[in-house]
Design a protein around this ligand. Structure first.
Ligand code: FAD
Length: 457
């Protein structure tokens, strides 16, 4: 008899796992059943800001594989069906379909890929018409419909993380006057405050009103129950549409109820093969797990599609009897708002301090191209290096075209455990349209090397 694999969650991690397992084992050896409570499978939530903004088509273009395509590969995919209970002792899951029918499905191996849940604090008016999350393609469609029907042209985005700033750009493309409210000292709490301040300044320069230290207290509504403004402790901001980008938490309610181990951020804990700790036949990946931070040695919750897809590959190989591991992350992320590119990898200052590390920091200003080449624009690189050893600890970049993806140089250097001195002689590509003769990352590495020497033993 074929082994039975059940997958919960039909997006990046879940369907990558199911597809990889199917590549390695045919239906005679492995029967795969997958549950997805939504309308779509294998879709790119990452593309939603660009679909909403009109840069890319959607939703079809954002779907890598439809339910029919998965079924054609002998994956029994149950759409609009939510798993409501895990019975790990008896090896079965309970599910409820959209017709209200309940069923139990037995498994030999289980994959949890339930993703993350967007934060939606219980504020007055938060459920009003005109208030939108952007987690799913259905959310994207609903927002596009609201934008098309809205007579006004004022938008408020709550949250200035990467989804918030990407949505600000999308709304600008629709001709909205955009206000971004964030409770932090600076937008982009994934950066140090000094680099966040550069983002703040640039966003204001792009015509996006960016309000810091804004504690939202309510969404105010009109007589018909539509959002008309967002209230903070200090002011009111008129809004015809409100977009929420307040972050996410791992979707682990089912796992928690079944007694599976959760980490400090509420994500499932796995070993390097993505097997849930202490469970022989349960794997988990994507936004519902915590990942090992290779710099700090601790687990963190980092909800990123890049990890979810890799987790799925690893899980698929392992559940099909192969062997693969996910070693961990260095914390790399890149995003943009209009032409401003924002990137980071490794540790921020407060994270390095919390690990008890002593370090130097340097920040340099350079340009994305050779200064004499048309279109050269300033870019800033901040670098952290460990005192005494000179080991690279982190890099943050804010700049224009071509700035953001330079963070990948630092991501590789971090993964390889390089010192900033070793980085100074990296053989990077150079031609005037791409960089100055000394790439800004190398300039930062040189300055950091000098700072490490100056800090002494
Ligand atoms: C607007 C936006 C922009 C983003 N941009 C980027 C980016 O630029 N780069 C990047 O790396 N990442 C980005 N991400 C994050 C990325 O989309 C996620 O990390 C990725 O989708 C996670 O994949 P996942 O499979 O773990 O979870 P999800 O994509 O959340 O999928 C989980 C699925 O499980 C289903 N599910 C949950 N519980 C159950 C249940 N009990 N029964 C049945 N089904 C269930 C859900 O309906 C969902 O479809 C972005 C996310 C958003 C929202």
């Amino acid at each position: 008899m074929a082994e039975r694999l059940v997958v919960i969650g039909g997006d990046a991690a879940g369907m990558s796992a199911a597809s990889q397992a199917r590549r390695l084992k045919g239906p005679g050896e492995l029967a795969i059943t997958a549950f997805e409570r939504g309308h779509f499978t294998s879709y790119s939530a990452c593309g939603i800001p660009y679909w909403v903004g009109g840069t890319v088509d959607g939703p079809a273009a954002l779907i890598a594989r439809t339910p029919e395509e998965h079924r054609a590969r002998a994956i029994d995919l149950r759409m609009r069906t939510e798993v409501t209970e895990l019975d790990l002792e008896r090896g079965r899951v309970r599910a409820l379909d959209d017709g209200g029918r309940e069923s139990w499905t037995e498994f030999d191996k289980l994959v949890l890929a339930t993703g993350a849940r967007p934060l939606r604090p219980p504020l007055p008016g938060i459920e009003a018409r005109g208030v939108h999350g952007v987690q799913t393609l259905d959310d994207g469609r609903a927002l596009i419909d609201t934008l098309a029907a809205s007579p006004g042209r004022r938008a408020v985005v709550i949250g200035a993380g990467y989804i918030g700033v990407e949505m600000a750009e999308a709304l600008i493309h629709h001709g909205y006057a955009v206000t971004v409210l964030d409770r932090g000292e600076q937008p982009m709490s994934t950066l140090d405050p000094d680099m966040g301040a550069r983002v703040h300044e640039a966003m204001c320069g792009l015509g996006i009103e960016t309000v810091r230290r804004a504690v939202v207290t309510a969404v105010l509504t009109d007589d018909e129950g539509r959002a008309r403004a967002v209230a903070t402790e200090d002011a009111e901001y008129p809004a015809d549409v409100v977009v929420l980008g307040m972050g996410v938490r791992p979707e682990t309610a089912l796992a928690e109820a079944a007694g599976l181990p959760l980490g400090p951020s509420g994500g499932l804990l796995t070993d390097l093969s993505m097997r849930v700790r202490g469970r022989e036949n349960v794997w988990a990946g994507g936004d519902c797990v915590e990942v090992l931070d290779l710099i700090s040695g601790h687990t963190r919750h980092l909800a990123l599609g890049t990890h979810a897809n890799k987790h799925g590959q690893v899980i698929g190989a392992n559940v099909a009897g192969g062997y693969a591991t996910f070693p961990g992350v260095v914390g790399t992320a890149v995003s943009k708002v209009c032409d401003l590119e924002i990137a980071r990898t490794g540790l921020l200052e407060h994270q390095a301090r919390a690990e008890g590390l002593e370090f130097v920091t340097v920040t340099i200003e350079s340009t994305n191209h050779a200064g004499y080449y048309p279109g050269a624009r300033p870019m800033h690189v901040k670098m952290l290096a460990e005192r005494r050893t000179g080991r690279l600890l982190g890099v943050q970049i804010v700049g224009r075209e071509g700035a953001g993806k330079r963070v990948d140089i630092a991501a590789v250097a971090l993964t390889a455990g390089m010192t900033v001195e070793q980085m100074t002689m990296l053989d990077l590509g150079y031609a005037p349209p791409f960089s100055p003769v000394w790439d800004p990352v190398l300039v930062a590495a040189r300055k950091a090397t000098a700072a490490v020497r100056a800090a002494g033993m």
